[in-house]
Design a protein around this ligand. Structure first.
Ligand SMILES: [Zn+2]
Ligand SMILES: [Zn+2]
Length: 158
């Protein structure tokens, strides 16, 4: 369960383990192609003052094109989330360090964290077929992983 009743949290920390389908609406608009269900493990706890702290781990498999050479890539994302804080305090609603909860929320849903962490990881990490991919020649478009092309300028990695 990725959504936890606040009454349960008032009794103590609650495990949040679950899976999100690649087609889950939470991932709409991210521009990611997920190749497998996203698995989530973690623990949510109340820290007082209407705040809830989640620590956990997110695993997802994304596919796409290598940023440099455009071959198909499949990338495993393993993300440790040290601290995601939900707050119902309206003064923090615009603070990017917090996940806002609606006034009088009755549950906390960590799906928002999963969505955001995946998007960030995919941006930072993605997508290279390998770290030293040579990319395509900017002049002739040849795949430089296969060897130098006929042009004389060495390609700068993009
Ligand atoms: Zn590549
Ligand atoms: Zn070339």
């Amino acid at each position: 369960m990725l959504r936890v009743d606040i009454r349960d949290l008032q009794r103590g920390p609650v495990r949040t383990d679950g899976q999100l389908d690649p087609e889950d609406p939470a991932f709409e608009g991210l521009g990611l192609t997920l190749a497998a269900p996203v698995t989530v493990e973690g623990q949510l706890q109340a820290t007082g003052d209407g705040e809830y702290l989640w620590r956990g781990h997110v695993h997802g498999v994304v596919t796409g094109e290598c940023r440099r050479c455009l071959t198909d890539v499949r990338d495993e994302l393993d993300i440790d989330v040290d601290a995601a804080v939900f707050s119902a305090n309206p003064e923090l609603a615009d603070d990017p360090a917090f996940y806002p909860l609606p006034d009088r929320a009755t549950s906390v849903d960590v799906t928002d964290v999963v969505r955001e962490e995946l998007a960030l990881a995919a941006q930072a990490d993605l997508l290279l077929c390998r770290d030293d991919c040579a990319g395509l020649c900017p002049r002739c478009g040849a795949d430089l992983n296969a060897g130098p092309c006929g042009c004389h300028t060495p390609a700068e990695p993009v």
